[in-house]
Design a protein around this ligand. Sequence first.
Ligand code: IVH
Length: 687
Amino acid sequence: MREVSREEAKRRIEELRKEILEHQYRYYVLDQPVISDHEFDLLFEELRALEEKFPDLVTPDSPTQRVGGGVSPSFVSVPHTAPVLSLSNAFSEGEVRTFDRRIRDLSRTEISPEYVIEPKIDGLSVIIRYENGILALGLTRGDGLVGEDVTANIKTVKSIPLRLREEVLGCPDFLEVRGEVYLPKDDFKRLNEERQEKGLSTFANPRNAAAGSLRQLDPKVTASRPLRALFYEIRVIRGIEPPRTEVQALSMLKAMGFPIPKYEFCHSIEDVVSRIERWREERHRLPYDTDGIVIKLNDLDVARSIGATGHSPRYQLAYKFPAEEVETKVLDIIVQVGRTGVLTPTAVLEPVSVSGSTVSRATLHNEDVIREKDIRIGDTVILRKAGEVIPEIVAVVKEKRTGREVEFRMPERCPACGAEVVRLPGEAAHRCTGLACPAQLKESLIHFASRDAMDIRGLGPSMVESLLEAQLVKDAGDLYFLEVEDIMKLPRQGKKSAENLVESIRASKERPLDRLIYALGIRHVGQQASYALAAEFETLDRFLNATEEELTKVPNIGPETARSIVLASRQESMKVIVAKLKKAGLKAAIGKSEKPAATGEGPFSGKTVVVTGTIAGMTRKEAEDAIVALGGKVSSSVSKNTDFLVVGENPGSKLEKAKTTGVPIMSQTEFLKILAERGIKVDGDRR
Ligand code: IVH
């Protein structure tokens, strides 16, 4: 580069920044680039070189500052200026009309509501603040009250302006906007292909990929992902007249340099309904995933007067399209044997892409389901993802039958051990009766070692298989007598890994009683029940000697579970395992493990609680476990016996049901507050 004076450099740097910002705006917001990528790169390179030469001229809003420096140890929590609400969902035309009627009813004056509709972008909600036109803070939604500071990562997203455009509106003193960060469908595919080639795990869907990319502690990783963003809401604006309508808000956002979603103005609810119909197909042509259409009242003054519930505004609604359905073929139906001996038929499918991932298997649950849907090997079937995750065969396309399809029959003998298969009266499942069925044994050992049970690291399915094959273990008790030398004899085992395994088995001797009870894998005894049982009986012996009557007195333990426990504990094989566990000195087996953290007494004592939607920072199971730990009983559906419905993000139809049946609603915030007061930790980092 020729010699340039500081003055000259300063002028050129400013010129370049302006030019680059203009091109980025044309590219990301207007979708009308006027120069080639190569020409753009040359400008960018020139700026970078000048800034390198004069580092004191670098400013935080320079386009070069998107690459992200530094790694944050964790994300800092920042309170939101006002609660970041969610949307209520509708699944039918009727609900859309009810929404309109409600707005008319709630409005103080006679109105004919007008609406704006936008695609519901399946990404990650972000809140961004600008101070005097410069991007100052980027937050995730978090729990709606407190978000995580992801500023460094937000700055790497090229479609998000680092500095607002001032030409049209001037510069607001303060601005807070809300939008959605997403990964375009094509880029998602490419990213997954690249990751697969590199032997890395792939992302299940674009949303997860976007969330995973934005929540990176190293902003360089975020910068390497082709994230995009769209903005749809001005939350706070100072120094400039706020928008009066939704249409105006969108045009202001655009003028300030934000990319906005494709939107349509609707002069009535009729108009909304007919346009939604068009979007049903049209949405697949958008470059990003959408699962619905957002309907927004255009008049923001009326909107404000109508207000919001703790969860969602009353003047906006998400209309959700039903899950995508595709056709594929059933190539085979195979049978898998679980740890309790249940035979589960599974359809092997011609691989097909549905709702963002490739599916080649679908569980058929049991024989009745197959009969009911009349699924045969060779059939063409309609497949969808239940709740957008679990592949499910909805129906058979009978018109496509050729006559060569083969009906499925449950095997009379267990495919793993050859023992007789029975179907007990009143049960849908077929079971293997083999006492030493290798498939059952294998599954029960995998369960015993799993994370929620004894958490024995290094003892996954393939290690369990090797141990069984070498006949080193016959049950879970034998694990505790394995020696490094035994394991080293197995294929592909070195000294170090053998030592590690023995060490993690040893470490699992410390696990508390509830984990051990769960690990034993007794039918009907899940984690919640194990917790309650451990809290009640305190030692393994007392638990195993309990009568049905004593067991049914424990919260959440019904007669069926009690019977199953008594049956299991009287079995010879259980006695043998327990003797080994005692001999090995497992704390929980010899009565030395501490009591579970909570005693089962608490704000939910004796209450039946249902959860809908996702609770910030916890999985559904963690939320339910917390309820049980605080004395409650969890049920999966709302009925007149429900005491509370805990409502998380994106609640399902249970919320409507609760409203119509008058079941009290507890917000996620209230719920989290109760947990916090009781010292139950919520790990916001895992989402
Ligand atoms: S408006 C008060 N518009 O969908 C809620 N949301 O629960 C204001 N979303 O968390 C949201 N596309 O992150 C709105 N065009 C759109 C949207 C959108 C996606 C997300 C948003 C929200 C979730 C619904």
